[in-house]
Design a protein around this ligand. Sequence first.
Ligand code: GLA
Length: 380
Amino acid sequence: MDVNAIKEKFQELYGGYLYFSPGRINLIGEHTDYNGGFVLPGAIDKGMLAQIKPNGTDKIRAFAFDLNEKAEFGMNEEDLPEQGWAKYIFGVVREIIKRGGKVGGFDTVFSGDVPLGAGLSSSAALESTYAFALNDIYNLGIDKFELAKIGQATEHNYVGVKCGIMDQFASVFGKEGSLIRLDCRSLEYEYVPFDPKGYKVVLIDSVVKHELASSAYNKRRESCEAVVAAIKKRHPEVSLLRDADMAMLNEVKTEVSAEDYMRAEYVIEEIQRLLDACEALKKGDYETVGQKMYETHAGMSKLYEVSCEELDFLNDIAKTCGVTGSRVMGGGFGGCTINLVPEAKYDAFIEKATSEFTKKFGKAPKVYPVRIGDGSRRLA
Ligand code: GLA
């Protein structure tokens, strides 16, 4: 029996399409997106895969292959499904409908190889997969930026995370071999070829997942907004931290909480760090890029307070192993560090990070070598 031939025949006769969207890394520029700053993400070769077939009804029947769970739900606001994973699919459908897109019910099975809760944006990969697929299947003519915004709005309105645009943008726009420098205020972007000769980029997953990550994330965003509100009283032109500088922040130092001040200080510095790192990248100066990554880690740990003991430990090991740059990646509160490692030091670093981490925390970290891949696409 030829299993593939049967699958192909079914698809040819009755339709159904296969779509993929990737997770992402981010070299530098963290918690800058919702502040109108810059980010430097790239799509990875891991992501979410979904087979989708319109079913001629107004219901969605979805099956999460990796969880062995199914859900069935309608497409009206009151039909919000209970399962967390199904909310992403439902949210994407709702956001498309809110924008005037006409979609019908469909049957779908999805699966992923991007680790969940590791800071690699598995949820954005899921949103982008369905946004891209439904746009394609129903010929909606939605542009790529709007597809990313549909994923972001799903997070805001159906998941409760007030995220920025980086993850969904990277998933939809990814390009093999390139990072993407995105100005999150103007939404102008530029592909930056990334092939650091003599180095490897690797993620070390602390396997820590913090329960309160989404509320803590939203709180960081509120701090930034509180500081902007204070600065705006003196400088009406400031509507995002991107528009502010340290002098402005210091003018309001006594008017904002010490905590909010620290948060804003981190963001203002991080926006500049990304620009400096991009300059260094252009010159192939990876030492400076790496230095900036370490500075980002320090800022995320001490000022923005989104690191944790396990991630700080991995960062310290990286330093002792001569790793060029290392930092907590993504939203934080667990997940991975991203490391720029000289090839000659790679094996020793992985060995030491694994053994020391296991000794200290009683569980092994996971290691993911990074390959930069393409964005959302139809596979069959
Ligand atoms: C999460 C969010 C992004 C971004 C990062 C931090 O991944 O979804 O929008 O804010 O955290 O840079």
